[in-house]
Design a protein around this ligand. Structure first.
Ligand code: NAD
Length: 435
């Protein structure tokens, strides 16, 4: 199969690379010429475990190419995947489809022969039909089908998720398009991966329903953690107790500072907006959004409380800035709410993140970025762990304590044991566990 991927970000780059790993002939296109130049020079613009090696291998064998010429890429393709960004629109929170429709118009004029045009970007229900309309209007003679094929990969585990997905959702009822999509994903039949065919609309909505459900699960356990703190229960025991029930499942029951990232916040907002527009408001999703926004702010208050009610003039060490480990993605990370609130309360902050600091520097002001975990600690009044990178899990706690002015740790990811921390002489606060 000849595949063109339009948009070479987290999803486009991973999808294109994995399709080439399947043995397809892939070209990844982006309007960002600098990004494409970097990729052609072997420089990978994002941090994603395993990606660099897979790109190098497939680029070397000629299965994977990068370019800016959308027209020729589309002209030679059996399938064109649209994987451009769909950020939140200012004002109402609906997905901004400017990039999707701009790409669609360009694709339209380049179509030759039968082509499947696939929306891999997360797009509101109805977008596929609009893509179809634009293609038809721009190029009335084109022979194509529009398919929705949402992506479920997680940053940090993107390759594994793409190569071994739980399922692949393919939104089209057209036989010809189903055959092309089946051929593209055939390598996954080895693992008996279900290929679920649905209508365009069902597929588009499935992506949002999945993300909203997971965001709700996280929010549920976060609120349960708050209750655990009040009544002296341990949220991990509660989570394990309910998670062993197969109707509930153990995943996404880890409490923390609130969900962030490039998907859950914007997708819950967009889904809620769609539900309001359609006259069937998803009140549960609206509640999840507002609980989560407030929660990120509450985390700063937690730190202030652990510092005795004020951080004015105090030095705070922060470990972890990205919204989760194993990614450099800072989009809507809880750190973007917590750090400014602490700075506003008078704290000075020294922070470190293994991969996120380049992005963080663009988004956070008045922060002293450090070269290592330990470099944040000298003279600190408190240490706050925001992201559970592996390298923060086994800090030399005697060294940590000796470097700090006061041994206060606020662990927003529960990576240390409260009893052990007390024994080691720390004032230790975590989420949903007895101190
Ligand atoms: P991204 O911002 O990392 O990448 C988007 C890329 O598209 C950019 O490189 C941009 O330059 C390029 N682009 C924009 N307009 C273009 C055009 N007309 N032609 C060619 N290139 C163009 O975005 P992302 O995180 O990869 O997300 C892409 C889509 O996938 C979004 O809809 C997102 O919701 C969805 N998604 C993301 C994830 C994730 O973990 N990041 C997971 C599942 C789904």
């Amino acid at each position: 199969m000849h595949i063109a991927v339009i948009g070479t970000g987290y999803v486009g780059l991973v999808s294109g690379t994995c399709f080439s790993e399947f043995g397809h002939d892939v070209i990844c296109i982006d309007t960002d010429a600098e990004k494409i130049d970097k990729l052609n020079a072997g420089d990978i613009p994002i941090f994603e475990p395993g990606l660099q090696a897979m790109i190098e291998k497939n680029a070397r064998s000629g299965y994977l190419k990068f370019g800016t010429d959308l027209q020729s890429a589309v002209a030679g393709a059996d399938a064109v995947f649209i994987a451009v960004g769909t950020p939140s629109r200012r004002g109402d929170g609906q997905a901004d489809l400017t990039y999707v429709y701009a790409a669609t118009k360009e694709i339209a004029s380049a179509l030759t022969g039968y082509t499947v045009v696939v929306t891999k970007s997360t797009v509101p229900v109805g977008t596929g039909r609009e893509v179809e309309r634009i293609l038809r209007e721009t190029n009335p003679n084109a022979d194509f089908d529009v398919v929705s094929n949402p992506e479920f990969l997680r940053e940090g585990a993107a390759i594994e998720d793409f190569m071994r997905p739980d399922r692949v959702i393919v939104g089209t009822l057209e036989k010809r398009a189903q055959e092309v999509m089946s051929a593209i994903y055939r390598p996954l039949s080895l693992f008996q991966t279900p290929l679920v065919f649905t209508s365009l609309e069902s597929s588009e909505l499935t992506k949002y329903a999945g993300n909203a459900f997971l965001a709700t699960k996280i929010t549920f356990i976060n609120e349960m953690a708050d209750l655990c703190e009040k009544v002296g229960a341990d949220v991990h025991d509660v989570a394990r107790g309910i998670g062993l029930d197969r109707r509930i499942g153990a995943k996404f029951l880890h409490p923390g500072p609130g969900f962030g990232g490039s998907c859950f916040p914007k997708d819950t907002r967009a889904l809620y907006q769609t539900s309001v527009e359609e006259g069937a408001p998803l009140r549960i999703v609206d509640t999840v959004i507002s609980i989560n926004e407030k929660r990120k702010m509450d985390m700063a208050a937690r730190v202030i409380d652990a510092c005795g009610g004020s951080v004015s003039g105090k030095q705070i060490a922060v470990l972890g800035l990205t919204f989760k480990p194993d990614t450099d993605d800072m989009r809507e990370s809880p750190s973007l709410d917590i750090l400014p609130a602490l700075v506003a309360a008078g704290a000075s902050i020294r922070a470190y993140d293994p991969e996120g600091m380049e992005e963080a520097r663009k988004l956070l002001e008045n922060i002293d970025f450090c070269k290592s975990s330990y470099a944040t600690l000298e003279g600190a009044n408190a240490l706050v762990i925001i992201t559970e990178w592996n390298e923060f899990r086994a800090l030399d706690l005697a060294r940590v304590k000796s470097m700090m002015k006061t041994p206060v740790m606020v662990d927003l990811r529960n990576i240390y044991d409260p009893r052990d921390m007390a024994l080691k002489g720390f004032t230790y606060r975590s989420i949903g566990r007895p101190n």
